[in-house]
Design a protein around this ligand. Structure first.
Ligand code: MSP
Length: 644
């Protein structure tokens, strides 16, 4: 049987420093997708690696007084250690200093040169060493690199040039006829505009330093580091010697990259492939940045988050889960400790961890830890079973769309549904009467069965947790052999002896108190005065742009227990659902809110109010007599629309 193949790659990272949480982000997503598609039965190849040549690395090594090779060897070892700690299961790790890669890059150069697409000339222009990119004067912004806003250097040297302008129209045609090629769509538009503004031939060799792969026809030149680096995707599948392997895996199915290197992957890389007459990758996905307190992480700003320190403190799965769940894939997202702790406590410790703990404790009590035989299903059981099936289908679809955060949200709805099933069926009540023994057996079977399915569906994203749940469920079949088809209801064998263990996610205590910001909108009874315009209270348009004001539709509304001012709302923010808690209970009956299109601050740090997670804040105004009105718009405006 021929399995469908899936070749996925991450960027190969510069060993210019240790990796930070931003690099871990891309790699965690790639690892989760690779695991997921293996689970779906595909033949997967997952490649990552290190981009070791270039002026930047040579300079750092010189500063440290070691050879570049010595320098990169040490850092690359730390890359591999980090990936091991994060449970990154790559199939190959490519280093651009390996002989197989040197051979591949020289062959690419040779072929394109032989075709007449590379010629020798002189380069005079600007160079950004941190980005390793050439810039013409007219593309600079305030004389700085338009990508990273750092200073550029004037470079004047003899170079080989690649006639990329020759392929401009062919590339545009490909982009237009293959909408899946560049994703998400906003990045496609950016790239199309860039190409349409006119491509200049690209310098593909350097002579002012020597830490690179020699140009095969001219030993005075080393090959430009991006030309070298991009070729890694071919080297790792046997180019140029192993045709069979190459044909098996090429074209790549998914190159995952950060948005700042889309230009290299969607313009230069495809043009290299067009010149080689090789097919283009199916999809290049440019994801957003992980920001730290709304700012890009960088060493010079001193706001770099070290993944090793986080793993020491929280363990690996809370970090994997946070990265995958908290950030909408494709958009920028914030890394922040508080949000990480909130997510871990609410989703992992409360929802997932408690479900397992409660269920196994009851199974121990009522059945000595052994899974009983189920009897006839009642409506509530059928509902749970259907929910599990629908969730699986939804997750499959959402992952195919690379809507990873939404896929996890859907999975957590199933976990929520399973928790609700316990409350609905009340096994403790059934256990009181021997006449209900069959019913109790069915309920307990279903409860363990749904967690078998949950373990299978979450294991690609939080692999260590998948293993822990599986062990506690006591299932003998190897978890690694389980595939998507094993998530059909009924796979759990009655008679399985479970092994209740410690809670899989102990709660993390906050050191500081969580502010109840979201509740404050209903507190003030006084009419606040609008401040007069003065220099101190003016904000810039950039400050305003930091607020993500979104239209959301209220789906459900209910009081929060033991909090007479709070209502908790489930809202639709246009394809995503979330919960917010607002201090409006004394002004609204819950039912009056349902269906309303309200305005929320969508990027407010989540907070817990009376134990309820609030992911955002609604806007409201208070009149002079203290009545409060929630800001709303008509239903003509769709949920998810931005307020500008
Ligand atoms: N060596 C090149 C890539 C060559 S690929 C043929 C390079 N390396 S890098 O070390 O700078 O890594 C950049 C990549 O790391 C980004 O494209 C992204 O995948 C990841 N990230 C680095 N910082 C990041 C954030 N702050 N947020 C999200 N991803 C980040 O560019």
């Amino acid at each position: 049987m021929n399995k469908e193949k899936f070749y996925i790659t991450t960027p190969i990272y510069y060993p210019s420093d240790k990796l930070h949480i931003g690099h871990a982000y891309t790699t965690t997503v790639a690892d989760s997708l690779a695991r997921w598609y293996k689970f779906c039965g595909k033949d997967v190849r997952f490649l990552t690696g290190s981009d070791e040549h270039g002026q930047k690395i040579q300079r750092i090594a010189n500063e440290k007084g070691v050879t570049p090779q010595h320098y990169v060897d040490e850092i690359v070892a730390s890359f591999k250690e980090l990936w091991k700690r994060m449970n990154i299961e790559y199939d190959d790790f490519i280093r651009t200093t390996e002989p197989r890669h040197v051979r591949a890059v020289q062959e690419v150069f040779r072929r394109i040169y032989a075709k007449g697409d590379i010629y020798k000339s002189k380069y005079k222009g600007w160079y950004c060493t941190p980005c390793e990119s050439f810039w013409l004067e007219n593309r600079l912004e305030d004389g700085k690199c338009p990508d990273c806003q750092r200073p550029v250097e004037l470079v004047e040297e003899e170079s080989y040039f690649f006639k990329i302008s020759k392929y401009q129209d062919q590339l545009l045609h490909h982009i237009e006829t293959h909408p899946e090629f560049i994703q998400p769509e906003t990045r496609r538009n950016e790239m199309v505009n860039f190409i349409k503004s006119g491509l200049e031939d690209l310098c593909v060799s350097r002579t002012t330093f020597d830490w690179g792969i020699p140009v095969p026809i001219d030993e005075n030149h080393v090959i430009y580091v991006w030309f070298d680096a991009l070729t890694n995707y071919l080297t790792a599948i046997g180019f140029p010697d192993d045709e069979k392997q190459l044909n098996t895996w090429w074209p790549a199915d998914l190159h995952l990259v950060g948005k700042e290197i889309m230009r290299f992957h969607t313009i230069i890389w495809p043009i290299i492939l067009l010149a080689l007459e090789l097919p283009l990758p199916k999809t290049v996905f440019g994801h957003g940045w992980l920001l730290f307190d709304d700012d890009k992480m960088s060493k010079s700003k001193g706001n770099v988050v070290d993944p090793n320190a986080l793993i020491d403190e929280f363990g690996v799965d809370p970090i994997r889960y946070f990265l995958l769940r908290e950030i909408s894939f494709g958009q920028d997202g914030n890394f922040n400790r508080r949000a990480l702790i909130e997510r871990t406590n609410s989703d992992l410790a409360n929802d997932l961890g408690n479900l397992l703990n409660r269920s196994l404790a009851m199974l121990n009590k009522y059945f000595d830890g052994v899974v009983p035989n189920p009897d006839k299903l009642q409506d509530v059981d059928c509902e749970l079973k259907q929910f599990a099936k629908d969730t699986k289908d939804k997750v499959v679809r959402l992952i195919d769309e690379l809507a990873i955060s939404d896929a996890l949200a859907a999975l957590w709805q199933l976990i929520g549904r399973a928790n609700k099933y316990i409350d609905e069926t009340a096994p403790w009540a059934l256990a009181k009467d021997a006449a209900d023994h069959q019913r109790l057996s069915t309920v307990m079977y279903n409860l363990i069965e749904v967690q078998r399915i949950i373990a299978l569906l979450v294991k690609s994203f939080i692999p260590e947790t998948g293993v822990k749940i599986w062990q506690q469920l006591g299932i003998n079949d190897a978890l690694d052999d389980q595939l998507l088809e094993n998530t059909d209801w009924g796979g759990l064998q009655p008679g399985t002896r479970t092994k209740k263990g410690d809670p899989i996610f102990p709660r993390i205590e906050f050191k500081e108190k969580v502010e109840a910001k979201t509740a404050e909108s209903g507190k003030s009874q006084k009419q606040p005065q609008v401040k007069a315009i003065s220099d101190e209270n003016l904000i810039s348009i950039d400050d305003f742009a930091k607020l993500d004001l979104v239209i959301a539709q209220v789906l459900t509304a209910e009081p929060v227990k033991k909090a007479d001012k709070l209502l908790k709302l489930t809202i639709d923010t246009g394809g995503d659902q979330r919960q917010i808690v607002a201090g409006i209970a004394q002004h609204y009956q819950p039912d009056d809110l349902i269906g309303k299109n309200i305005v929320i601050v969508a990027n407010l740090k989540p907070a817990k109010l009376r134990g309820e997670l609030s992911q955002g804040m609604l806007l409201a105004a208070t009149s002079a007599d203290g009545t409060l009105e929630v800001v709303s718009v008509s239903n003509k405006i769709k949920p998810g629309s931005r307020v500008k």
